[in-house]
Design a protein around this ligand. Structure first.
Ligand code: DC
Length: 224
């Protein structure tokens, strides 16, 4: 069974997807972390984004894996923390707009999730990666509330941005992600929209888990 959770930046996808996967005993796949890892790799290799042949060559040798604890490995190196910097956040939209990058990531995502019970979070899961997903959710939230959440996340790191800087960076990333040519951030027609602005994490997780449990039998009968 595939559960797709898409939505804009800081809409609560990661926390929700992790908790939902735990409650249902599914694997969890954070596809945003994959685009962040490629962004880190390309930057460390000092490849110019418009140098298509170098980008393609880099992608050929690229290996992205997750371990049992959701740690992400880039060519064997644990990059879980280093992909969460402000620099990566501001460059990731450019890298994820490259067609070849998307093709490679989608292939890896389908390999990991296909044939498994999986909760995938991202921007194009319900529209492109698994358009026939059993359940599709699209999380949204007010931008100031999203920026406040990011602000609290960043308190644990030493990269402090003001609330208005965070609102601006989230707005910019959403715009780039929604306007790109390939697989833009878009709500699938059959997605269930959940506004998390005034929900607790527990409430948003419960809502998804209840919908999945209530509709599981009916959904699977349709496929028989
Ligand atoms: O979920 P996140 O903020 O970690 O995602 C980082 C970026 O990766 C996001 O700005 C756009 C890109 N992304 C994407 O293009 N497609 C996905 N399925 C997931 C993320």
């Amino acid at each position: 069974m595939i559960i797709a959770i898409d939505g804009p930046s800081a809409s609560g996808k990661s926390t929700t997807a992790k908790a939902v996967s735990k409650r249902l005993g599914f694997i969890h796949l954070d596809t945003g972390a994959m685009y962040r890892a490629v962004t880190l790799g390309i930057s460390e290799s000092e490849i110019e984004l418009n140098d298509q042949s170098k980008v393609e060559l880099y992608l050929k040798s690229l290996k992205i894996e997750f371990d049992q604890n959701d740690q992400i490995m880039l060519n064997g190196k644990n990059v879980t923390d280093s992909i969460r910097t402000v620099k990566i956040s501001s460059n990731v939209s450019k890298v994820s707009a490259i067609l070849e990058v998307r093709e490679k990531m989608v292939q890896v995502q389908r390999n990991i999730a296909g044939g498994n019970n999986c909760v995938l979070e991202g921007r194009d899961i319900g529209t492109v990666v698994f358009p026939n997903a059993d359940f599709k959710f699209f999380l949204i939230a007010d931008i100031t509330i999203r920026a406040k959440r990011r602000f609290l996340d960043l308190q644990e790191s030493n990269e402090l941005l003001t609330l208005s800087e965070l609102i601006e960076s989230i707005r910019k990333r959403d715009e780039l992600d929604s306007k790109r040519d390939f697989s833009p951030l878009r709500q699938a027609k059959d997605a269930i929209v959940i506004d998390t602005s005034f929900l607790t994490i527990e409430q948003q997780v419960n809502r998804i888990v209840e919908i999945v449990k209530q509709n599981k039998k009916r959904k699977h009968k349709e496929y028989v």
